[in-house]
Design a protein around this ligand. Structure first.
Ligand code: GTP
Ligand code: ZN
Length: 355
């Protein structure tokens, strides 16, 4: 991937000229200056150039202009080069970067390049997410399927894989979790289930499969407050002790005092993104025409309707509506698709009025 060529999500793309290493000062003559500090005279004055070798890494978090970078199996505290600020580029957790270590043994390094992003979420601000795992539960708060389908569609619209974790299945009285699992598994989503009571944990599929799922990927947990995201993080990341609902009520402190996303490295490889307060994915850039491709059932029938550009509302000879009638496409999902479509149309109309 090329450095200095960043993409932000689907809507706002910034194209920046490719990073040109020849712009760096190159010592002439007999060479051999790696790892030393050089000086270069410029119109603006004397510019110090650090020739420490650049090492690849990943940003775990950024707070107050300081970035925690995992590189060379070590944690480095770095600042980003002023050039990024001038270009309006803010390094994000999840960014793959190159850093140079501090000069003269200083512990503070610099981020010298940012590799191209494959995707980028704005709320929470995090880059290069492989998967969104949406946690929902039958107890408190009860699941909200419109919210669920919005998150799933929004993740898919960004090319991010989406899966469901049905949590607190121990509270399920009437096999509602199984029915829900069935609906989403039929729609093509991977569905995991977990519950615990009396110190016993129930995992479906087995715990090793959860670990395989997370391995070598960057997974973000999403879900309503109280669905059990922190509890699951504590369970899945050895040594982690996130504050959960019960504890935070006892301590009397407000929850989510920080809104910074943070990548937590997993011992088997990969990262889980802790995103305090994360309950929504931004959907502002979604177009009505694109929504169908974010529903796997509709995508599977793409191009089969009579009319090109069919939105599957009232158009005649619509294969999607026929699939709903036949029961192949679950009616609840279809109705939530229509609700989401109405929301997008209304937002587009309102945006048109404002222009
Ligand atoms: N019965 C039951 N309760 C659970 C389970 N998992 C979590 N809980 C409880 O659900 C409550 C909320 O859990 P958290 O992990 O704090 O929820 P969260 O999604 O991180 O909430 P926010 O941090 O507000 O986003 C806590 O009281 C947990 O003990 C479960 O499998 N079964
Ligand atoms: Zn149609």
């Amino acid at each position: 991937m090329r450095p200095f060529d960043l993409q932000r999500g689907n809507s706002c793309q910034i194209q920046i000229p490719a990073y040109n290493r020849s712009q760096l000062y190159k010592p002439g003559g007999n060479g051999g200056h790696g790892g030393t500090r050089r000086q270069k005279g410029t119109a603006e004055g004397l510019q110090l150039i650090n020739h420490e070798p650049a090492i690849p890494g990943i940003i775990l978090k950024g707070v107050g202009g300081f970035y925690t970078v995992l590189a060379d199996q070590k944690i480095h505290t770095c600042k980003s080069r002023g050039i990024f600020r001038k270009m309006g580029i803010i390094p994000l957790p999840g960014d793959k970067v190159e850093i140079q270590q501090g000069r003269n043994g200083s512990s503070e390094g610099s981020i010298v390049s940012i590799l191209e992003r494959k995707n980028c979420l704005s709320r929470p601000a995090v880059a290069n997410v492989d998967r969104v795992a949406l946690v929902l539960c039958p107890g408190e708060p009860p699941w909200d399927l419109l919210y669920t389908d919005r998150i799933l569609a929004s993740a898919l619209s960004r090319g991010i894989e989406a899966l469901l974790i049905i949590n607190k299945v121990d509270l399920d009285q009437d096999k509602a979790c199984e029915s829900l699992k069935d609906i989403y598994a039929r729609a093509g989503f991977t569905v995991f289930m977990h519950g615990h009571s009396g110190g016993e944990h129930f995992f479906d599929p087995c715990r090793q499969e959860w670990e395989m799922l997370l391995k070598d990927r960057t997974t973000t947990l999403a879900g309503q407050s109280g669905a059990g995201k922190s509890s699951l993080l504590n369970l899945l990341v050895s040594g982690l002790r996130m504050e959960t609902g019960v504890l935070s009520m006892r301590s009397g402190r407000g929850r989510h005092t920080t809104r910074h996303a943070e990548l937590i490295p997993l011992s088997a490889g990969g990262f889980i993104v802790d995103t305090p307060g994360f309950s929504q994915l931004d959907t502002e850039d979604m177009k009505a025409q694109d929504l169908g491709s974010c529903y796997p059932e509709i995508r599977a029938l793409a191009g089969s309707c009579r009319f090109y550009g069919c939105l599957h509302e009232t158009e005649p000879e619509c294969i999607v509506k026929q699939a709903v009638e036949s029961g192949w496409f679950e009616r609840g999902r279809y109705e939530r698709y229509l609700t989401q479509l109405d929301d997008i149309k209304e937002r587009t109309r309102n945006a048109g009025y404002r222009k």
